[in-house]
Design a protein around this ligand. Sequence first.
Ligand SMILES: [Zn+2]
Length: 304
Amino acid sequence: MSLHLPDHIRVLERGWLSSNNIVFLDADTADVVDTGYVTHAAETLRLIDEALAGRTLQRIVNTHIHSDHAGGNAQLQARHGCSIWIPHGEADAVATWDETRLSYQVTSQQCPRFAYDGLIHPHDTLHLGGHEWLALPAPGHDHAMVMLWCEAQGILISADALWQKGFGVIFPELAGIPGFAAQKATLDLIAQLQPRLVIPGHGAPFTDVDAALLAAQSRIQWLSDLPQRNSDNALKVLLAFKLLEAQCLSLAELTDMVCTTLQGNPTMRLHYPQAPQATAALVAEQLVRSGVATRQGDALYAAI
Ligand SMILES: [Zn+2]
């Protein structure tokens, strides 16, 4: 099955921890959307070099500043001298490198500091790979996130607003900021656009957009019916991420992470009134059951 991705767009599909990197090729220059997680930066540099085939990387565009989307920014800029453009909603947090607002503190994730050169406002037009791409606000997973839409080609870069199966954690809700309705509206916007092809932040590009939207719409309803489900999913995803980064974590380290996450997320805290050790043990069990981890004594090992 051909997805009809134009030659000037290379999607570097990455595994766990890193977002996809989407390289746009012009005659002599190139741009990249999103740069993966810092522990994969060497691989990101190598893959992007390969895709560039001698062209100059002139710009990084970030859909949002989560650590798995912006973790390669600093190293790519150091190597290529390219500029970095970010959504305008992240400008202050990036300028002051406020790790709490940027989520790195609460998620126990890392992202090397960088400075931005340009801001993306809603409905700005970006020129990527010889085409015009419209920046569209995509609140829900992250209220500052943008998607990129190329009407002429019918292609949407959906970031973490829509994957083939689901979408990213609705992070604002964990901190008591409404996010479910915004995510619903973002999905409605995607439905209106009727893209023929979606390049998601994670996973392969896909064309069965209606099916993905239907599943996502039913999922957001399911989450907003019982917000504890969003918290449960967030905790599982965050601990899995950390385990895959560290490869091995003790139950005590998992418990520390649970404490840090709950401390920074007041709504989430209400969902786990029990001792943090008990919450950590519960999530550890879920990770083992779902095949993400194996357990030996008090240690959890990454299994994927
Ligand atoms: Zn994200």
